[in-house]
Ligand binder design. Structure first.
Ligand code: MRU
Length: 356
């Protein structure tokens, strides 16, 4: 059975509570945008694409039973809820991208006098529901582009990959971004080994990626974040592949804290460093990584593990959830659903692809 972070059937949304993994597999019911916002904020659902899909579906399940007396009332409702969902977590841009898209759609529909509130509501719900399938398709395309690019540099040999944080089925509607590339390699019998970092402080690697690796029967090994340099010195790593929460105009990429230092170590060891992200993670309204807002998370996520305090009481804490890897360290390329691009050519390539 496929691992599903998001279970949706028309009007019903269930999210796998990722805070309980790997010990318990339990779904929570999401009845409205408030439930969706809370699940995202608490990180019961996380990962940039999954945040957008689950957030928008939380709006869909709230919209379906609701009646609107006129188009303006419906448009105001949808736009307000989208703006609210965007405030759940600031760094990942996918939810903002979706909010802009559906706000523009609502504005278009509102200009068509023959459309009733019910018709518009059904149209927007259908478009939101389509995100589930679209995200999986985009991920599969990235998997293939990324996998072929990596294998192209290896002759006919299999790849050994290092990844960070969780970018698999749990972080998306299915298949995954960076882990999707690993999945593609496995499907071609070209995955020699995958290493995943623990990903402190919140352990998305140890809790979630390790779970997915075991679930998919991939040959995999967990390492602590502090072991990356040693791993690259001792073992032949073919490529590092990570996801992203926001990639900006000059190709700088925000991703889980620790990504930047892995990119530095990869450069030192001559290991190609790839970022895999759908075009919905690309934000060309920001010129460079210094403009990305970095979320800071509660200290308790760092000072305690599963409710047990591990840090000395009284110590100060700094807990940024993401860092920014400069484009020049993304030596392998940025893997998108349109192909694999150098950070410096990303803007032009994405514009070209979207205008077709
Ligand atoms: O804080 P998280 O767990 O939401 O962070 C997730 C990441 O950093 C992922 O690498 C990123 O969102 C891409 S997920 C396909």
């Amino acid at each position: 059975m496929t691992l599903e972070a998001i279970r949706y059937t028309s009007g019903s949304l269930m999210l796998l509570d990722q805070l309980l993994l790997p010990n318990k597999s339990e779904y929570i019911q999401i009845k409205n945008t408030e439930d969706g916002w809370n699940a995202i904020k608490k990180m019961q659902i996380r990962g940039a694409p999954a945040i957008a899909v689950a957030g928008c579906l939380s709006l869909a399940v709230e919209l379906i039973p609701k009646q609107f007396s006129n188009v303006k009332e419906l448009v105001d409702f949808v736009v307000t809820k989208l703006e609210y969902l965007v405030t759940s977590r600031p760094t990942a841009v996918n939810m903002l991208d979706a909010a802009k898209l559906y706000t523009a759609r609502m504005t278009e529909y509102a200009k068509q006098p023959d459309l009733t509130p019910d018709v518009i509501k059904n149209k927007i719900v259908t478009e939101i529901e389509q995100m589930l399938e679209d995200d999986v398709n985009v991920n599969k395309r990235m998997g293939q582009y990324g996998g072929e690019d990596i294998l192209g540099g290896l002759g006919n040999s299999s790849a050994t990959i290092l990844t960070h944080c969780n970018t698999g089925s749990l972080a998306t509607a299915g298949y995954g971004t960076a882990l999707g590339v690993v999945r593609y390699l496995q499907s071609k019998q070209k995955l020699d080994h995958v290493y995943c970092t623990e990903t402190r402080p919140y352990n998305q690697g140890a809790r979630l990626t390790a779970y997915e690796i075991v679930y998919e029967k991939m040959p995999g090994t967990l390492i602590c974040d502090s072991m990356v340099a040693m791993l690259m010195k001792k073992n032949k790593i073919s490529a590092v592949i990570v996801g992203a929460d926001r990639v900006v105009a000059n190709g700088d990429a925000a991703n889980k804290i620790g990504t930047y230092q892995i990119a530095i170590v990869a450069k030192h060891h001559g290991v190609p460093f790839y970022v895999a992200c759908p075009s919905t993670t690309y934000d060309d309204t920001l010129p460079d990584g210094d403009h990305i807002v970095i979320e800071e998370r509660p200290h308790g996520e760092m000072t305690s593990v599963n409710g047990t305090r591990i840090a000395a009481p009284g110590i100060g804490c700094w807990n940024p959830a993401f860092d920014v890897t400069p484009g020049e360290l993304i030596t392998g390329g940025i893997i998108t659903e349109f192909g694999v691009f150098k950070p410096s050519e990303l803007q032009q390539k994405i514009r070209q692809a979207k205008s077709k």
